[in-house]
Design a protein around this ligand. Structure first.
Ligand SMILES: [Zn+2]
Length: 466
């Protein structure tokens, strides 16, 4: 592989000298409480992101479809390269609750003990700003970007990106790219960078049931149907204590890891002991002993459940209504719409047709071809920056909208990939230390630098099928 002529020392100096500027930008972004679940401060945050990109000369637009949260799209050209790299980030955040766990206000970027704290300071405003640092350094030191850059920043990632597929459908031509770098990444506890190639799919549903016209006194509990019982039975019909999901046909489309995925899995360290210890368990659920391999198994999770009286003391009541929130993490080659149909049919067949299903998110799993040249390149660059060989992980437990970005243009070039260099985020959004931030800026900068040659055509064969 050819080594591009990049003055890394000068890039390092630039990043070192300007770190405060990006921290300030991060502080401004984190101050906007863009909680997508509550549709809060969404427009102002989209505009703030667009402003950050415009200021850097990106041609920027803020658009939405069907009342969804706006998507910020930026494009910067590079005279020396016809190749395009797509960055995916999101500007929305999870709700900050529970508030008592925060030592400083969640929307006020606060530095302490060499780390910065705020909701979104890591996921995903921090990564966004780290990329800004990378491209600023490239522009200042190299006089431009190594390839064309398309930047897609959405505002619904934390609620399952419900409008993104329709938005992409409408803007297909604008998101054409040869490769994509996804929102984030990790280094493991031994400092090894992790390159993740895929994400599980998701079906998220609200279940609700109403059994009687109004709550009633429990003296009538043998006369009137109780909504809480009804919901409990419906939920119990979905998954058994043996961990098996009981929806007929649920596992039909699940495939085993391919030989290439198997090879990747066999090279990964086993983290099950750490997970077990972190959560204070004697053993992981259903006897899991290999965390990464377990991500190839789908899930049925109750995310929330509610009915009846939950205050202090007693209230003798028959609840008339009950609700539950469920998410199903889906694996290759499951399809969320197919699973939804099967869930509906299952509830009907079990006599729970009174249980109403509202779909909050439906997303197929997203995968990258492990043999794509960009994967090897990414791993090499990451290994170089961190001084340790990168771990390549075929599938992540969570979900991110890789599929709609990748899928419409399978034919056009490299598959999408997910890359970043990031500490994992433990409870209460303990975020990147300033040093880590610097490192991440450096990693993104070097990734871009190394891609300079590659994106000109020395490493990526544009005509190769994906
Ligand atoms: Zn995120």
């Amino acid at each position: 592989m050819s080594t591009p002529a990049v003055d890394f020392a000068a890039l390092d100096r630039y990043i070192h000298d300007h770190i405060r500027d990006w921290m300030e930008e991060l502080g401004v972004l984190c101050a906007v409480p863009s909680v997508s679940a509550r549709h809060e401060a969404i427009q102002p945050c989209a505009e703030a992101v667009a402003d950050l990109l415009s200021r850097r000369g990106f041609k920027t637009s803020v658009t939405s479809v069907d009342g969804g949260h706006p998507v910020v799209l930026g494009h910067a050209s590079a005279p020396d390269s016809a190749r395009t790299m797509l960055f995916y980030n999101h500007y929305d955040v999870q709700p900050p609750e529970p508030l008592p766990l925060w030592e400083s206000p969640p929307f006020e970027l606060t530095e302490r003990d060499g780390a910065v704290y705020a909701r979104g300071a890591k996921d995903d405003k921090g990564e966004l700003v780290a990329r800004l640092a990378a491209i600023d350094a490239l522009r200042a030191v190299m006089g431009g970007y190594p390839c064309q850059l398309t930047w897609l920043v959405e505002g619904e990632e934390e609620i399952g990106s419900p409008h993104l597929p329709a938005w992409i459908e409408k803007h297909r031509a604008d998101v054409q790219a040869d490769a994509a770098i996804w929102e984030e990444g990790q280094i493991d506890e031994d400092g090894r960078p992790i390159v993740r190639l895929g994400a599980r799919g998701l079906l998220y549903v609200d279940l609700s049931v109403k059994t009687i016209a109004r709550d009633a006194h429990s003296g009538a509990a043998n006369l009137l149907p109780n909504a809480a019982w009804r919901m409990a039975w419906a939920l119990a019909s979905i998954k058994g204590p043996d961990g098996r999901i009981r929806i007929p046909g649920f596992y039909d489309a699940v495939r085993k890891p391919t030989p290439a995925e198997e090879a990747m899995l066999s090279r990964l360290p086993n983290t099950s002991e750490n997970t077990r210890r972190e959560f204070g368990l004697d053993r992981l659920l259903d006897g899991v002993t290999d965390v990464e391999r377990a991500y190839f198994t789908p899930t049925a999770n109750i995310a929330g459940i509610g009915a009846g009286y939950q205050g202090a003391g007693s209230k003798t009541v028959i609840p008339s209504q009950a609700m539950a929130k469920m998410d199903f993490r889906l694996v290759p080659d499951q399809d969320p719409i197919d699973i939804l149909e099967k869930l509906r049919e299952h509830l009907r067949a079990e006599g729970f047709d009174g249980v109403k299903i509202d779909v909050l998110a439906a997303q197929p799993p997203g995968l990258t071809d492990p043999d794509a040249p960009i994967v090897r390149l990414t791993a090499e660059v990451a290994g170089e920056v961190y001084g340790k060989p990168a771990l390549i992980v075929p599938l992540t437990g969570g979900t991110t909208p890789m599929y709609p970005v990748h899928h419409p243009r399978r034919a056009c070039g490299e598959p999408r990939r997910r890359l970043g260099f990031e500490e994992s985020s433990p409870l209460a959004e303990r975020v990147h230390e300033a040093g880590r931030f610097r490192e991440r800026g450096q990693a993104h900068r070097q990734a871009l630098g190394s891609l300079r040659g590659q994106m000109k055509g020395e490493g990526l064969d544009q005509s190769s099928p994906s």
